[in-house]
Each structure stands twice: as structure tokens, then as C-alpha cells.
Design a protein around this ligand. Structure first.
Ligand SMILES: [Zn+2]
Length: 221
């Protein structure tokens, strides 16, 4: 796996596999509301997620390039940092406790670290609506684009950037509106070669995105 090829503009090439890693060229992209993007970062690169208009959530999943079944783990990240939350200076770990990302800057400091993503299944049971487009659909699209096994995506693999959940003392969990202001960003440094799936959260049935989904920006540098 040491002969990684630089293959720009191949993100939509369905023949890409883990053996011909399609590392993403540095650049900036705007994800339209409910949009997605698949990215492959080299160790040392940074990924900046900017909430262009404020109060928008970006769900992201990740796996190791050298072993895609080794995934980002929200649970092991909490345990390894000894923190319920994700803050500047903290590390995001895999399910084998290898470091995957470091949070090098964070304007907002509020992220959902409980895992999970919105889906037609959760919207059906929670809100009685059927066949809605959710983060799971976007993340499946990202993994298919990267040639990875989308059936292996699991909720513990997901961190919801800027998602604001209040954990009440009586045990209630309440989704409230994000506190991000226009232009707030988080910068993650890849500590290994990693696959990343991004979903600009489509959820409109709860305050997750303040009932108004908006564009997000991602920069790879
Ligand atoms: Zn979502």
C-alpha cells in the first residue's frame, strides 16, 4: 500500500478500490443542502468544514485506507479522550484505537458524539414520515463512490459536526438548534491515510438544522 497513486478527478470513477487509492487533490467544494462528498485524505492533510450560513450539521464517517473495516469510532473516541464531547486538541480514534484525526481548530465546540445519523428508518419511527432522504443515503453514496462496502457503515462510525444535543439530568436526550454562526469551521488533521464520507445533513423534521437546510463548504489542504 506504499504505491498510492495521485489520481485527481477520479472521485466519480467507480473502479477505484482500496488498492488504487484515489487520494483527493487539495481544493474547496460547496456541498449543496442535502448534498454529500467522498474524500480520501493522506496523513498530514487537513479537512476544514465550514458552516457557511450557520446552524447546519455535517455528518461524517471515516475508515482507515490500509484496513477499511477499521472505522472511526465515536465510542472509543469518547473513552480515549475521557470526554463526552469533542474539543480542539482532542483526537478522533478508530475502533482499534488508532488515531485518525486531530481537531486542530474549532470555532463552535459543539458536536454530537453519541453516534448515529438520520435515515428514512429513524424519520419513520420518530416523525411518521416515509421515504425521506437522510444522512445514511448520502453516506452510502460516498462509500459506493469510494468502492467500499456500504453495508458495513454503522452508527458508531459517525460524528455529527455542529449537532447540538442536550443531555438532561433526568435522562432525556433533546436535539436543539446548532449554535454555529455563519463561517464557523472545524479543522481536522488526518493522522493516517483515511477515507471520509460527508453528508450535509438533510434532516428537516427536528431542530438539528434549525428546520432550514443550507450549504456547507469543505476544504482539503
Ligand atoms: Zn442527518
Amino acid at each position: 500500500m506504499n504505491d498510492h497513486q495521485m489520481t485527481p478527478n477520479r472521485e466519480h470513477d467507480m473502479t477505484d478500490t482500496a488498492t488504487t487509492t484515489p487520494f483527493t487533490e487539495p481544493g474547496t467544494w460547496v456541498l449543496e443542502p442535502k448534498g454529500r462528498k467522498a474524500i480520501v485524505l493522506r496523513k498530514g492533510q487537513t479537512m476544514t468544514i465550514t458552516d457557511l450560513e450557520g446552524q447546519q450539521v455535517m455528518d461524517f464517517i471515516a475508515s482507515m485506507v490500509d484496513d477499511p473495516v477499521e472505522r472511526l469510532s465515536a465510542m472509543f473516541t469518547r473513552v480515549s479522550n475521557g470526554m463526552w464531547d469533542l474539543k480542539e486538541g482532542y483526537t478522533i480514534y478508530s475502533d482499534k484505537c488508532r488515531p485518525m484525526f486531530k481537531v486542530v481548530a474549532d470555532d463552535n465546540g459543539i458536536h454530537n458524539m453519541t453516534g448515529g445519523y438520520c435515515s428514512k428508518y429513524s424519520n419513520s419511527i420518530r416523525y411518521g414520515v416515509e421515504e425521506t432522504w437522510g444522512c445514511l443515503d448520502n453516506l452510502v453514496g460516498d462509500w459506493q463512490e469510494l468502492g467500499l462496502d456500504e453495508t458495513a457503515i454503522n452508527p458508531d462510525q459517525c460524528i455529527s459536526l455542529f449537532m447540538n444535543i442536550h443531555h438532561h439530568a433526568d435522562g432525556r436526550m433533546e436535539i436543539v438548534e446548532p449554535t454555529t454562526k455563519p463561517g464557523d469551521k472545524i479543522v481536522l488533521e488526518a493522522l493516517d491515510d483515511v477515507y471520509v464520507g460527508l453528508s450535509n445533513c438533510p434532516e428537516e423534521h427536528n431542530p438539528c438544522n434549525a428546520f432550514h437546510v443550507t450549504p456547507m463548504e469543505v476544504t482539503v489542504a
